[in-house]
Each structure stands twice: as structure tokens, then as C-alpha cells.
Write a protein that binds this ligand. Structure first.
Ligand SMILES: Cc1ncc(COP(=O)(O)O)c(C=O)c1O
Length: 214
């Protein structure tokens, strides 16, 4: 089992951290992530020594040691500078995630009575770290424009489901094959979410959403 933990730095599932559940996990340190570097970076976590050795070779053109290439690999090395940035930022990850959770709970509370909006649900056995705060919204595109005209930027994660991406055309899927994913692509909206967001700003976003539906 390979985990995609790219949006889940610090998240918990039944008491285990994301990245420690499967045989291996992929983390992205893209700048916008909960733990982001200052450029492209990523990591794989695993407790399997054999797999770790294989991955170390793969990221370095398949080399076991300099100039000795046992298999074919790629250049997937993260540069040292990114490591330095990440090691400083890692110390703040838990407190940044705590603040993201506070923001999410405030949004949940403020949007509770807006019947056109569905807020994210968190099970009792998980700890979400809200890389994104995604609502389902009626008339999503009109709401998005309304917010944008009032200086509130939002995102759509993601507008095109995988089976409708041109890159996977050859697999033969068509619209209607995955109706839930297709419906989600039309209704999801990511509201502003980052640790530095103030309560006043969250309140302004919620107020503007209410204004749109009133
Ligand atoms: C869930 C998920 N998986 C994978 C990726 C890919 O990560 P990267 O951009 O570092 O290749 C992302 C990045 O957006 C992601 O959010």
C-alpha cells in the first residue's frame, strides 16, 4: 500500500501519522503545502530497508555509488538548500497545523446555517490538517466570482476528474463513469486557508458567502 500523504503532513488516522500507515508514503514539499520548501521538493517515507535502498538508487540515476549505475533511475534528488529550509520549518508544523484546525472549526461554525453550503466532515478517529478547506457549494462558479469581486481568492481542487483528463483518454472512460467525482468537480470550492489567516478575515469570508446566498 502506497500512501499519498502529499497534503497530509502531521495528519492522524487512528492514532498513526500519515506517512506511517502504508508500506511507503509520498510527501510533497511544494511551497504551498503545510510543510513547504522554497521550490520543488518531496520525500518518501518507509520502514522497509530494501525498498528504501531501491528508492535511494532510483532518485540518483540508479547509482549505488558514484559512477556505478546498477539500474536505470532518474534525477529526483532534493537539493540541500531545500532540506535546510524544511528542517527549520518542520519545527513549526504542529503549531501551524493547530492554527489551520482552528480556522477550519471557525469556518464550520460560521457556515453552519448556510443551507447552500456543505462544510468538511471530520471523523472522530482522524485529525485533519486542512491543507485545504473545501466546501461543496450551490452555484459554485457564481459564488466564486462574487467572492473574487470582493477581493477573496478561492481555488477549485480539482476542476477536471482524472478519468476526464486528456492524458488518460486512452483508458476509454467517458463522462458519467464516475458521477460522484464529476459532481464534486462542479461543486467544490477551496476557501482561503493558511496559518496566518486572522479570525477577522475568516469572518469576512463567511459573511460574504452569506451575503451571496441571502
Ligand atoms: C494529493 C497530492 N498528491 C500528489 C501531489 C504532487 O506533488 P508534487 O507537486 O510535489 O509532485 C500533490 C500536489 O499538489 C497532491 O496534492
Amino acid at each position: 500500500v502506497i500512501e499519498d500523504a502529499c497534503q497530509a503532513h502531521g495528519a492522524l488516522y487512528r492514532g498513526k501519522r500519515a506517512g506511517a500507515i502504508g508500506d511507503a508514503a509520498a510527501f510533497s514539499f511544494y511551497p504551498g503545502k503545510n510543510l513547504g520548501s522554497w521550490g520543488e521538493a518531496g520525500a518518501v517515507s518507509t520502514n522497509n530497508d530494501q525498498l528504501a535502498e531501491k528508492l535511494r538508487k532510483l532518485r540518483d540515476h540508479g547509482a549505488e555509488k558514484k559512477y556505478f549505475h546498477l539500474t536505470r533511475g532518474l534525477n529526483l534528488r532534493t537539493i540541500n538548500f531545500q532540506g535546510a529550509v524544511l528542517s527549520v520549518k518542520l519545527k513549526h508544523l504542529d503549531s501551524w497545523n493547530d492554527r489551520r484546525r482552528e480556522i477550519a472549526f471557525l469556518y464550520n461554525e460560521l457556515l453552519e446555517d448556510v443551507k447552500e453550503v456543505v462544510t468538511p466532515y471530520e471523523s472522530t478517529f482522524v485529525k485533519h490538517v486542512y491543507h485545504l478547506y473545501v466546501i461543496r457549494a450551490e452555484r459554485r462558479d457564481a459564488l466564486r466570482s462574487f467572492l473574487s469581486e470582493r477581493g477573496i481568492d478561492t481555488g477549485i481542487h480539482y476542476p477536471i476528474p482524472l478519468h476526464l483528463q486528456k492524458a488518460y483518454e486512452d483508458l476509454g472512460y467517458v463522462r458519467g463513469d464516475f458521477p460522484n467525482a464529476e459532481e464534486a468537480a462542479l461543486s467544490v470550492l477551496s476557501l482561503p486557508m493558511f496559518p496566518e489567516l486572522t479570525d477577522d478575515e475568516v469572518e469576512r469570508v463567511a459573511k460574504t458567502i452569506k451575503e451571496f446566498y441571502s
